[in-house]
Design a protein around this ligand. Structure first.
Ligand SMILES: C[S@@+](CC[C@H](N)C(=O)[O-])C[C@H]1O[C@@H](n2cnc3c(N)ncnc32)[C@H](O)[C@@H]1O
Length: 344
């Protein structure tokens, strides 16, 4: 298994690039360091903004043009850490799986596939040096956290977040992915192993419908991915946690009869089932669930194709039915529907 993980990462390449690009970029001194030093030298103060502050404050009030400079210096002060001395070893063993970083290109492509935004809370299970939470914050403005079992790696990841200037949005927890509660996250990333994904799958499937899940290299067994992401020789997978919709629903608004009965069978995002409507039972067409969104089509009593899109929220659903499409002169009417889950 560990061999598989090394192979999946393309360790030859990794050897050439033992630190991620992220680490390279954060250890490069930004030009503002020179500015701080020069200012400190002139004023006779050490390059520490806390001590510069009493002198800067009156100046700031007088010269508002200094404000951007002060903001830059503040940023520098927040992220100033001594050069990193801890260098984790590629392949060093963690609790359940070794440390190997996901390649930068795949990190970006996975977060793009999940359409991460500043409204998201991203969690990386087994965060290593923190590169995925940091990328989520730096590139996508998200709040992000990571759970890392190895104490030194967790501390390094937190320092990396500080160096990247995103401590306000990134938090690394030293803990065990099987013990920490990550149920509130909206995006989950993993680079673990097939069997660890299998162990985590029930927890992930119990998360809020619509939660996006990304895994480097390893699949989720028979939960087929919504998207396969290729980045060079690396492969990532993307899933959306589906709402649980299987069972029978009483739905109003679908036809002439007051209530139709919708029966759904479900395997993750794939659905099958039938609709009992206006005295006829018919097989659903193209039924699927995408997060909390339920979609299916059916043929009504007049032989017209109708399409349903509804949002499922626990035991109720709300949505609309429309169609048929392709009429030349008339737009299909949109009718609101609602439903509730039937017990048995
Ligand atoms: C393959 S690395 C992935 C690192 C990072 N997620 C990335 O993609 O760059 C897996 C990480 O999981 C950590 N790990 C292993 N078992 C763990 C556990 N039970 N809880 C938390 N972290 C764990 C390892 O220490 C290692 O850093």
């Amino acid at each position: 298994m560990l061999q598989e993980q090394i192979k999946s990462h393309g360790c030859l390449d990794v050897e050439e690039d033992p630190q991620s690009k992220f680490c390279d970029s954060v250890t490069t001194k930004p030009p503002v360091a020179t500015l701080t030093a020069a200012l400190a030298q002139k004023s006779g103060y050490p390059p520490n903004l806390v001590t510069l502050w009493p002198r800067l404050a009156p100046l700031m009030l007088k010269f508002t043009r200094l404000w951007p400079l002060v903001a830059l210096l503040l940023l520098q002060a927040c992220s100033s850490l001594p050069p990193e001395t801890y260098a984790p070893r590629l392949g060093q063993m963690g609790k359940d799986v070794m440390w190997l970083p996901t390649r930068d290109e795949l990190v970006t492509q996975m977060l793009q596939a999940a359409r991460v935004t500043p409204d998201d809370e991203v969690v990386d299970l087994g965060a290593g040096d923190g590169k995925i939470p940091i990328a989520a914050a730096v590139q996508f403005g998200a709040r992000a956290w990571g759970i890392e079992y190895n104490k030194d790696l967790a501390a390094l990841a937190q320092r990396n977040a500080q160096r990247a200037g995103v401590v306000d949005r990134v938090r690394i927890v030293h803990g065990d992915i099987f013990k920490e509660d990550f149920s509130k996250a909206t995006v989950v990333t993993l680079y673990l192993l097939e069997e660890l994904n299998a162990q985590l799958r029930p927890t992930i499937l119990a998360m809020r419908p619509g939660t996006r899940v990304l895994s480097n290299t390893f699949s989720m067994g028979d939960w087929e991915p919504d998207q396969v992401i290729r980045a060079g020789t690396n492969t990532g997978y993307f899933w959306t946690v589906p709402a649980v919709v299987q069972g029978r629903w009483a739905v109003q608004g679908l036809g002439m009869a007051k209530t139709a009965v919708l029966s759904l069978a479900q395997k993750h995002q794939r659905l099958g089932g039938s609709l009992s409507l206006d005295g006829q039972v018919q097989t659903l067409l193209g039924a699927r669930v995408d997060g909390a969104d339920l979609h299916f089509s059916f043929v009504n009593a007049e032989g017209l194709l109708k399409s349903v899109k509804a949002q499922v929220n626990g035991t109720v659903l709300q949505g609309e039915v429309t169609g048929p499409y392709g009429m030349v002169d008339t737009q299909p009417e949109v009718v609101t529907i609602s439903g509730r889950r039937l017990v048995n």
